[in-house]
Design a binder for this molecule. Structure first.
Ligand code: NDP
Length: 461
């Protein structure tokens, strides 16, 4: 590690450095970062998605550290996390992310900085601000922050009720360069949020993207605004998104129906507090016939299973993201007047479903995408208040990011995987030790990737 980067790390680890100390530290000239390469976007041509291997396309490179422009901040990243968009970036699907960078570059000279032959990816981060650009007022060097990924400057009128509607809204580290899987990241100041002081760097980094997305889908008026008593079916209930959905549903006094694919995951849902859990693999649902037509008897079998558990009730809300494989089932099982809230299509974008079940029963489909600053801030605030907890199962060092992305690509992880960028080991960054020790009902799922140890701890009040 170069001297300038070592000085930054020493300042953070000392826990004594003041804002002026950070402002006086020279910005490192270069940094280690996880990149994709523009000249490799065709490397997986002809392969099925499953065969496209992030370990081949993600590189650890030494690249220049960017300077902050107006309303921007440069952050020393202690930890980041793997999201499914890390996988999409790494397998160049649905389109190579370089197309986003090229398109945005036409917008302004500041945007043009992002259009490079390499793309530093990563849409989560926890770390310490090193520099702020002109116009930044809410944060200063030395502040410990988490970073959400809504990248928007709010010049168009369209986004002023909801910044996710801004025509230039982008996802940082996916549709922009200088993302979180690096020792230093470049962000807009309105992506910054206070780091929850009771969490480690890697726990804090596992939260912003999926937690904010789940908040908007379920809690916000832009989503379904669940209320007590609602029955909410959650696909992938201990995946990245699902691990937060289950917490929001329980916090609301609503009832989750969790769908997962192993007995280990069933047990975890029950430990978190779910009463109704379905092991989709054990049930062997086949929603599609070999000829591609919908298998209605299988939809009915799922509906019957749900009614057996709930005493005859259908879900008020279905939390959708698998897409093609499950969408017809989601529309079928929602109760009359119920909602299907969707933010993704992991198994395919073209959804086919029988529309009679929708219109005749007055069901609604609500599209949702990440979260505006207010929603991300509220989701972060609930973490600070220890009402929402990380569901972190594994951590990897930066140089093994490809392996971590491979595991997410193949549905091998539970909850989230974090990546240590500057943090030399797990467990650092806790400032509120008392708050941490008073966690109420926290689930701490932890698998040491190197040693293969697995432990699940639930701290009772
Ligand atoms: P994860 O891989 O962490 O979790 C997805 C879960 O989906 C898995 O745990 C798995 O659970 C379940 N699943 C996978 N395949 C199927 C299937 N065929 N049928 C039913 N369930 C399935 O991913 P994330 O939760 O982080 O993300 C999910 C999707 O949402 C991705 O496509 C991602 O890109 C997208 N996303 C979109 C966002 C937005 O803002 N628009 C934000 C965040 C994510 P199990 O096997 O246990 O059933």
């Amino acid at each position: 590690m170069a001297d300038a980067m070592k000085n930054v790390l020493d300042a953070i680890l000392s826990e004594q450095a003041k804002p002026a100390d950070y402002a006086n530290l020279p910005l490192p000239f270069s940094m280690r970062a996880i990149t994709t390469h523009k000249d490799e976007i065709r490397m997986f041509d002809g392969l099925e998605s499953e065969k496209k291997d992030p370990r081949l396309s993600l590189h650890l490179d030494e690249v220049p550290v960017p300077e902050p422009g107006p309303n921007e901040a440069v952050v020393a990243v202690m930890a980041s996390s793997i999201n499914f968009n890390t996988v999409w970036s790494a397998i160049f699907e649905p389109i190579p992310t370089f197309q986003f960078l090229e398109r945005a570059a036409k917008r302004s000279p500041w945007d043009k900085r992002h259009d490079l032959p390499y793309h530093i990816i990563g849409s989560d981060g926890a770390g310490v601000i090193l520099r702020v650009g002109p116009g930044v007022t809410l944060f200063k060097p030395g502040d410990e922050v988490t970073i959400h990924c809504n990248y928007v400057d709010m010049q168009a009128p369209d986004g002023h009720d909801d910044s996710m509607l801004d025509p230039d809204q982008r996802i940082w580290g996916f549709e922009t360069n200088f993302g979180g899987l690096a020792e230093v990241a470049l962000v807009r100041a309105n992506q910054l949020m206070p780091k929850p002081p009771h969490l480690t760097w890697e726990e804090a980094a596992s939260l912003p993207l999926v937690n904010s997305t789940a908040y908007r889908m379920l809690v916000s008026h832009n989503g379904v605004q669940i209320k007590q008593g609602d029955i909410v079916l959650i696909w992938g209930a201990v995946g990245g998104l699902g691990g937060f959905a289950i917490q929001y549903v329980l916090n609301a006094g609503a009832f989750p129906i969790c769908v997962v694919s192993s007995q280990e995951r069933v047990r975890l849902c029950e430990t978190i507090g779910a009463r109704w859990v379905i092991d989709r693999r054990a049930e062997g649902y086949q929603f599609w016939n070999p000829d591609g037509s919908q298998n209605v008897s299988e939809l009915r079998r799922l509906g019957k299973k749900i009614r057996e558990m709930t005493g005859g009730e259908d879900p008020d809300v279905v939390y959708e993201h698998p897409g093609h494989e499950t969408f017809a089932a989601s529309v079928f099982i929602a109760r009359p007047g119920g909602s299907i809230v969707t933010c993704a299509s992991t198994t395919g974008y073209n959804h086919e479903y029988d529309n009679r079940y929708l219109w005749m029963n007055k069901k609604r489909i609500i599209g949702s995408h990440f979260a505006n600053y207010r929603e991300a801030w509220e989701a972060n605030r609930l973490v600070v208040k220890r009402a929402i907890h990380p569901l972190l199962s594994e951590t990897y060092p930066l140089e093994h990011t490809g392996e971590a992305a491979y595991r997410v690509h193949h549905n091998m992880q539970i909850g989230k995987i974090s990546v240590r960028c500057l943090a030399p080991e797990d467990g650092l960054g806790v400032r509120d030790h008392e708050g941490r020790s008073r966690h109420i009902g926290q689930i701490n799922l932890y698998r040491n990737a190197v040693k293969g140890e697995f432990r699940l701890v639930k701290t009772e009040p």
